[in-house]
Design a protein around this ligand. Structure first.
Ligand SMILES: [Zn+2]
Ligand SMILES: [Zn+2]
Length: 275
């Protein structure tokens, strides 16, 4: 049975369940090591760790997933074993979270000037506890009948270069890696196959402090896993992984702990964190 899941979201970002509920589910699934990796937030980690008092078989590794921007799109950097009280990390994450809200407000303002009247309150409602994003704006436009599809919202208005587009407060992948490393953490590249040329990203991130990359990930085929294992070995990176569980009823969201991750992945990270 699989014992490791190092990529789980809670309602501290865009996941459905509370950190305590996740720990409960992890215990039920027989998981030994889990990591709470919320987008731009470490708010769920402490309460998950507290919840393990009732489930001593589960160890919660503090994690985070930082969304970063590159010209080709987005790249996600995971961080493990950072100091949860590191002021720079906490402030930077707060700034990233706030910038999402400010950006949404600016986009809504631009849309309003174009005659498209959607409410920030509704957009925030659609985002729930999670980080607010353009899909929530598209959803609000769809609800009010301004567009017929998500695609139309992006193509006509909110894509990069579109009339209602607003640039985000950016952090580069290298900055994210350095931020985690300075907080005493272990930076890991998330789901590398979302990028066409992820090897060149690794070449850049390794000197900045990257120690691992996700190799075991939901929907990765055995061939893809094998290829990623080789890349990890070539770059001397720890092969980690997880389900990227959000608890949403979607086809792309596999149940907690269903991605086969070797115990070694957690053990190597733990060993490195103690050095
Ligand atoms: Zn991600
Ligand atoms: Zn994720």
């Amino acid at each position: 049975m699989n014992k490791v899941d190092l990529h789980i979201h809670t309602n501290a970002s865009d996941g459905k369940f509370t950190p305590a509920e996740i720990v409960h589910k992890a215990a039920e699934a027989g998981l030994q090591y889990i990591s709470i990796c919320d987008h731009d937030s470490i708010e769920g980690v402490a309460s998950a760790q507290l919840a393990t008092h009732s489930y001593p078989g589960v160890t919660v590794i503090g994690g985070v997933e930082i969304n970063t921007d590159i010209p080709e799109g987005e790249l996600h950097i995971l961080g493990y074993f950072y100091d949860q009280n590191n002021p720079e990390l906490k402030q930077s994450l707060e700034r990233l979270r706030n910038s999402r809200i400010e950006r949404a407000q600016k986009i809504i303002h631009k849309l309003r000037k174009m005659g498209i009247k959607i409410d920030f309150v509704r957009v925030k409602e659609l985002a729930g506890e999670g980080s607010i994003g353009r899909p929530h704006i598209a959803q609000a436009m769809l609800e009010k009948g301004y567009i017929n599809s998500f695609r139309e919202a992006f193509m006509k208005y909110i894509n990069r270069g579109g009339p209602a587009y607003v640039e985000r407060d950016k952090i580069t992948p290298t900055e994210a890696v350095q931020l985690i490393a300075r907080a005493g953490g272990l930076p890991v590249l998330a789901h590398p196959l979302t990028l066409d040329h992820f090897e060149s990203a690794i070449t850049e991130l390794k000197p900045a402090g990257l120690v691992g990359m996700e190799v075991y990930y939901n929907n990765y085929s055995p061939q893809q896993v094998q290829r990623l294992q080789q890349v990890a070995e070539t770059f001397s990176l720890i092969a980690t992984g997880g389900s990227d569980y959000h608890g949403l009823d979607s086809m792309n969201d596999p149940p907690l702990g269903t991605v086969e991750v070797p115990l070694e992945a957690a053990e190597r990270l733990i060993a490195l964190s103690r050095r």
